[in-house]
Design a binder for this molecule. Structure first.
Ligand code: NAD
Ligand code: UDX
Length: 463
């Protein structure tokens, strides 16, 4: 089937950029991205491209090119479903916060709502694509809902997980390592796979488009994230040992990464990984393993999360201990709040947990992040429910200028690896700080020798 109309439900970090790139690369396909969140859709339609709701390098240019040509953002979900031949489901699948599987399983309520809406609205055959990250065998549930609530039309369910990383989303979408498409082995399933392959073939080489059965595709996404996160927890575990033994974790990373069997990527020790995916997807993997009675498998992967939590709390404990065991009424400046550079996303950012620990010790937290708003920072802390919103607002001050943020601070903590931090006038910052002036570099970003020569007491992770 020649695809001319696509709809994507969910205009978030995945739906927005993914559909923008499909629209740019396939001018003959009309792509409509829909969301219940009217404010978000309004922002995607903002004439001022600097106001689109997701900050990703290069995204504004792509949206500017395709928007209102063949890329549309709308709140009219029914209309978009009705018109489309392929419907991507790209809604959020957070960790459940209630009931069975609380704190572990993926909450599939948004997925189910989409399936029911598609079932209700669709009047002709549709291909439904799981773009969200889902537990293995979710396609079965979606199929059952569609078949039982639909109008007698045929649905093919494909799994097409997204592997983009935030901050590099546009490049990842333009040059993906691979596109994974899982579908039924029936002739209809294979035909649906072929239709989606044709869409990606507009810009992705055929040897990079991998087709599998649905379950392999669903499980591969969780597995990829688990392997990536596992590498970070592994190197972070070694970072603690480095601090005790005089080894330097950056040197260890380099030495092991040059082994072609290990490879050099994802071996950067840090304050701990954040982001909306790694923790959620591993917890989901742990939950699925437990639900099949595979307790050793579950325990193995859960350790990746336990290590990450330890790394975050170890970072804040170290600040407390180094500042003579009290941070009460001391100004501690956070450079960076986003979970990584080049994004305005703060979900599960290590900064939130480190700040929470230090506020418990009565520290005054100053924050500067080039892309995160003060509202978001306070909302993130309020979401933890550790204290009242008023208490959070009293403990945290957000700055628009990094030099103001660092003035009179007892210590600086680097929480995000923004490039601009490397170019600061560190002498000027030092001159305006309380002495001794401490830097706790949670990203191993800055030059130790340069900072120590100025007079800073500098500590990086794992050295
Ligand atoms: P997000 O929260 O940024 O966006 C999801 C959007 O879906 C929201 O705007 C929400 O309003 C909308 N939505 C929810 N239910 C809806 C409904 N019934 N109808 C219409 N809109 C609805 O989430 P995200 O980061 O884009 O993640 C989406 C999925 O992609 C998740 O499963 C996630 O695990 C997966 N994923 C995320 C990333 C990433 O880097 N963020 C990467 C790969 C995969
Ligand atoms: C991740 C996966 O990389 C991506 O393929 C998937 O689609 C979604 O989840 P994302 O969370 O956006 O992407 O960013 P990623 O680059 O993986 O970083 C995740 C966290 O790990 C960040 O907090 C980052 O700072 C941290 N990290 C990454 C490290 O601490 N060390 C590293 O070596 C790499």
């Amino acid at each position: 089937m020649e695809i001319t109309k696509i709809c994507c439900i969910g205009a978030g970090y995945v739906g927005g950029p993914t559909m923008a790139v499909i629209a740019q690369k396939c001018p003959h396909i009309q792509v409509t991205v829909v969301d219940l969140n009217a404010e978000r859709i309004e922002a995607w339609n903002d004439k001022d491209l600097s106001k689109i709701p997701i900050y990703e390098p290069g995204l504004d240019v792509i949206v500017g090119e395709a928007r209102n040509r063949n890329l549309f953002f709308s709140t009219d979900v029914d209309k978009a479903i009705d018109e489309a031949q392929i419907i991507f489901i790209s809604v959020n699948t957070p960790t459940k916060t209630y009931g069975k599987g609380k704190g572990m399983a993926a909450d599939l309520k948004y997925i189910e709502l989409c399936a029911r809406q598609i079932g209700r609205v669709a009047k002709n055959n549709k291909i439904v694509v799981e773009k969200s990250t889902l537990p293995v065998r979710t396609a079965e549930a979606i199929k059952s809902i569609l078949d039982n609530t639909g109008n007698g039309v045929q649905f093919q369910i494909l799994s097409n997980p997204e592997f983009l990383a935030e901050g590099t989303a546009v490049q990842d979408l333009l040059n993906p390592d691979r596109i994974l498409i899982g579908g039924d082995t029936t002739p209809e399933g294979q035909e649906a796979i072929h239709s989606l392959v044709q869409v990606y073939s507009n810009w992705v080489a055929s040897d990079k488009i991998l087709t599998t059965n649905v379950w392999s595709s669903e499980l591969s996404k969780l597995t990829a994230n688990a392997f990536l996160a596992q590498r970070i927890s592994s190197i972070n575990a070694i970072s603690e040992l480095c601090e005790k033994t005089g080894a330097d974790v950056n040197e260890v990373s380099k030495a092991i990464g040059m082994d072609s069997r290990i490879g050099s990527k994802f071996l950067k020790a840090s304050v701990g990984f954040g982001g909306s995916c790694f923790q959620k997807d591993i917890l989901n993997l742990v939950y699925i393993s437990k639900s099949y009675g595979l307790h050793q498998v579950a325990d193995y992967w859960e350790q990746v999360i336990i290590m990450n939590d330890h790394q975050k709390s170890r970072f804040s404990s170290n600040i407390l201990q180094t500042l003579y065991n009290t941070v009460s009424d001391k100004k501690i400046t956070f450079l960076g709040w986003a979970f990584k550079k080049d994004t305005n996303d703060t979900r599960e950012s290590a900064a939130i947990y480190v700040a929470d620990d230090l506020i418990n010790e009565h520290a005054n937290i100053a924050v500067y992040d080039p892309k995160v708003t003060s509202k978001k920072i306070i909302d993130d802390l309020n979401y933890l429910e550790s204290r009242s919103a008023a208490a959070n607002a009293e403990s945290v001050i957000c700055y628009n200028d990094p030099y103001d943020a660092c003035k009179d601070a007892h210590a600086i903590a680097i929480l995000t690896e923004w490039d601009e931090f490397k170019a600061y006038n560190w002498q000027k910052i030092y001159d305006q700080m309380k002495k001794p002036a401490f830097i706790f570099d949670g990203r191993n970003l800055l030059d130790a020798a340069e900072l120590e020569a100025i007079g800073f007491v500098y500590q990086a992770v794992g050295s």
